[in-house]
Design a protein around this ligand. Structure first.
Ligand code: FAD
Length: 317
């Protein structure tokens, strides 16, 4: 079932995002997370996609060997396994980075055959250590281009225009939005114009980057509406977990941390106490967002579900 059909049910939905396990770990950790969050009725589950990384390994002769590794493979397999095991709709993430248009087409064919109706279309992060995003050869530079390709397949248009009677896919496509602007965007208005291009290309809903100040989200929704973006906007929530995140999250995701949160985290003796602050903060955020009628809360679990379990119990239990 398409995620957007669920939004029309009117109440705020519970959704969360999982990371595929590190290469070599088994799938039980994923099933354990889903099992813990199942009692709170997740409407759908997102599974992130992780592009390849380049590692420099020192050889015995002292020279450096460049090796391409993918630390968290398995997005499509995990998505299909979850949907088959629990009957919950899944939203695998699909990225431009490292994918040619032909790779994208093949990935979409796999997803369609597996009965997956939803994808989150993203540009993807830069290769670690590179400052600018480089598309793959014959790949897409922006998420809007990826959306266009998916929507074309929904019309039965494949890259090989000589295909006759090609089956139309039927993906519901979501995209990312940034209440505090994407790091590379010159300003918020330009970033919102780029979001509008994704929606005009056929994206049916938006999931936001994490934010810790609900006022930023409400202002963003208002600015999106003023720019003519009418699709549902899902709120992304990440529970705070460690003291180092005080500098790490603003640096990595460009988010602003409210004074009250900073003070509460600074006053904590250890990270166990920070985790408690993070749970309480996320519950407060969630309550206000639900009262405002947001279509869904999308929790970033980062592979550890104990805190999201307690937040979900407070909000959806
Ligand atoms: P885009 O929409 O392409 O935007 C990227 C930048 O380009 C923005 O600054 C935008 O303003 C600008 N831009 C867009 N169009 C144009 C244009 N035509 N001309 C000039 N500039 C333009 N990353 C992963 O690798 N894997 C994941 O699974 C993953 N999941 C995510 C889930 C969510 C909910 C979110 C919010 C992010 C996720 N990311 C993931 C991170 C995301 O890939 C990065 O933030 C990435 O840098 C941007 O992706 P995007 O889809 O927003 O890109």
């Amino acid at each position: 079932m398409k995620v957007t059909e669920k939004f029309s049910e009117g109440k705020t939905l519970f959704a969360f995002e999982l990371l595929p396990p590190l290469k070599g770990d088994d799938i039980d950790t994923v099933f354990d997370t889903v099992g813990r969050l199942l009692p709170y009725g997740p409407a759908y589950i997102n599974i992130t996609y992780h592009r390849e990384e380049v590692k420099l390994l020192e050889r015995e002769d002292g020279l450096l060997e460049r090796r391409v590794v993918r630390k968290r493979p398995g997005t499509v397999g995990i998505a299909a396994a979850i949907q088959a095991r629990y009957g919950i709709d899944v939203v695998p993430h699909l990225i431009c980075g490292g994918f040619s248009k032909f790779d994208v087409e093949d990935a979409l064919i796999d997803l369609q055959f597996l009965g997956i109706d939803n994808v989150l279309a993203l540009r993807g992060d830069n290769v670690r250590g590179e400052r600018l995003f480089r598309p793959a050869e014959n790949g897409h530079p922006h998420a809007a281009d990826l959306v266009r390709q998916i929507v074309a397949m929904n019309r039965g248009e494949y890259l090989d225009s000589e295909l006759e009677h090609a089956a139309s896919t039927s993906f519901c496509v979501g995209v990312a939005g940034y209440p505090e602007k994407h790091a590379e965007a010159p300003n918020l208005a330009t970033d919102i114009a780029h979001l509008k291009a994704k929606v005009d290309a056929g994206a049916e809903y938006v999931v936001t980057q994490m934010f810790f100040d609900n006022a930023r989200f409400f202002d963003y929704v208002e600015a999106c509406r003023a720019a003519g973006i009418t699709v549902p906007i899902v709120a992304g929530i990440k529970p705070f977990t460690t003291k180092t995140q005080l500098s790490l999250l603003p640096q990595t995701f460009g988010v602003n941390l409210p004074d009250d949160l900073v003070r509460a985290v600074e006053a904590c003796r250890d990270n166990a106490a920070v985790r408690e602050v993070g749970i309480e903060w996320a519950v407060q955020q969630g309550r206000e967002l639900m009262a405002a009628g947001v279509p869904a809360l999308h929790f970033y679990t980062m592979g550890k579900a104990d805190n999201v379990e307690r937040i979900a119990k407070a909000l959806f239990g």
